[in-house]
Write a protein that binds this ligand. Structure first.
Ligand SMILES: Nc1ncnc2c1ncn2[C@@H]1O[C@H](COP(=O)(O)OP(=O)(O)OP(=O)(O)O)[C@@H](O)[C@H]1O
Ligand SMILES: [Mg+2]
Length: 364
């Protein structure tokens, strides 16, 4: 980073429920969060992690950025959900120069039939010492979906030269500033951290061991399923159920008596959906520990709008038997004092992906 160059970048997270943007500017050799913005996604304009309606999204994005005074230059966005194919594969140890070709060759076998035009990337997860094998994480998305995701940006007059994966961005947001390019993070006390982003349509589970990604899963359930469950149980419309869930709902911890009969019913209604999400988190944890040669899970960090559900973290902690916290991607960073603290803390859990994307942009 040049001494006189003020790198600025914008992370743009096109969620199915909420559009989020974070601007960072270079500051004393580090970056500082200068602007944040969030606005409802036009109905149906983002489906399963991919923009489907550029004409609806373009004005919404323009308003989102303009309203917050973000003068975007370098914009980074991501695809997520089911649009992204993540597979682990093993290859014999080989020089790095040969790896790309070997992965490309292997990729054909690991991608679903009919997926030809793909954007691909890969990462070496580690080496299996005994067998002299490399564990490779292959990430792919159909080119057509990547293009669809970029269409609303183009229509806004923005360009994004970088296409990321939402779940990887989410994890980057929690790296400590000193860690630099994916090195260390706040996880310097050994053991693994599980990051869970609970969105509206889908959720991501990532296991990180120090700076190493060890497992990545996407599950196609999230806050919308909770809202539907509340709507059915209380016999109200989706919108009313969502308001009830966001403003009043809470989980009652074991042994705790609901203070209110109605809220007790809401808790009961949400439980089956939450249990299915928790089961996937536990499965991922078990899968990781079985392969990790004794590494334990230190904690679970939640993000996404659904992480704001009252008492979710302590409830999940009781269920999983590990500490669970709601993440704050602004915590380890310098933030412009002009951003009201209430707004910052209210938006924090939902901003992890956008923060990670902006950080990526600032580093390019
Ligand atoms: N206080 C709250 N309690 C419970 N749920 C909440 C609360 N605030 C927001 N949510 C839920 O969070 C979800 C939106 O979160 P988020 O912005 O992370 O989703 P998204 O990124 O737009 O969706 P996706 O990633 O699935 O496309 C919605 O289901 C919303 O109802
Ligand atoms: Mg999301």
């Amino acid at each position: 980073m040049g001494l006189f160059r003020q790198r600025s970048a914008v992370g743009l997270d096109l969620g199915s429920h909420t559009l989020k943007a974070v601007e960072v500017v270079g500051h004393n050799g580090d970056v500082r969060v200068s602007k944040i913005a969030a606005a409802p996604t036009p109905a149906g304009a983002v489906v399963e992690g991919v923009a489907t309606d550029a004409a609806l999204l373009a004005p919404a994005i323009r308003e989102l950025l303009g309203g917050a005074g973000i003068r975007a230059k370098r914009v980074v966005t991501a695809v997520g959900g089911e649009a992204v194919i993540i597979r682990e594969l093993k290859l014999p140890e080989m020089p790095e120069a040969e790896l790309a070709r070997a992965v490309a060759f292997e990729a054909e076998r690991y991608l679903p039939a009919g997926v030809q035009e793909v954007a691909r990337d890969f990462q070496v997860l580690g080496t299996t010492a005994e067998e002299k094998q490399l564990d490779i994480l292959l990430v792919a998305a159909r080119k057509e979906l990547v293009d669809r995701q970029l269409a609303p940006l183009r229509a806004t007059g923005l360009s994004s030269s970088i296409m990321e994966v939402t779940s990887f961005s989410m994890v980057r947001a929690y790296e400590s500033p000193a860690a630099g390019n994916g090195d260390g993070g706040d996880n310097d006390h050994g053991d693994a951290i599980v990051y869970v982003d609970l969105g509206a349509q889908s959720s991501d589970i990532i296991v990180m061991e120090h700076d190493r990604l060890r497992l990545a899963r996407n599950i196609s359930t999230g806050g919308n399923a909770l809202t539907q469950a509340v709507a059915a149980a209380m016999d109200v419309e989706f919108g009313a159920a969502e308001t009830l869930k966001e403003r009043e709902a809470q989980l009652y911890l074991h042994g705790e008596q609901p203070s209110d009969v109605m809220l007790g019913r809401v808790h009961e209604a949400m439980l089956p959906v939450l249990t299915s999400i928790f089961t996937e988190v536990r499965r991922s944890m078990d899968f990781y520990t079985a392969r990790s040669r004794g590494q334990a899970i230190a904690k679970v960090v939640l993000s996404g709008g659904t992480a704001k559900l009252r008492n979710l973290a302590p409830y999940l902690s009781d269920e999983l038997g590990v500490p669970v916290e709601v993440g704050n991607p602004f915590g380890p960073r310098q933030v412009d004092p002009g951003i009201p603290p209430d707004r910052l803390s209210d938006l924090a859990p939902t901003m992890a992906v956008a923060v990670g994307l902006a950080l990526r942009g600032a580093r390019e």
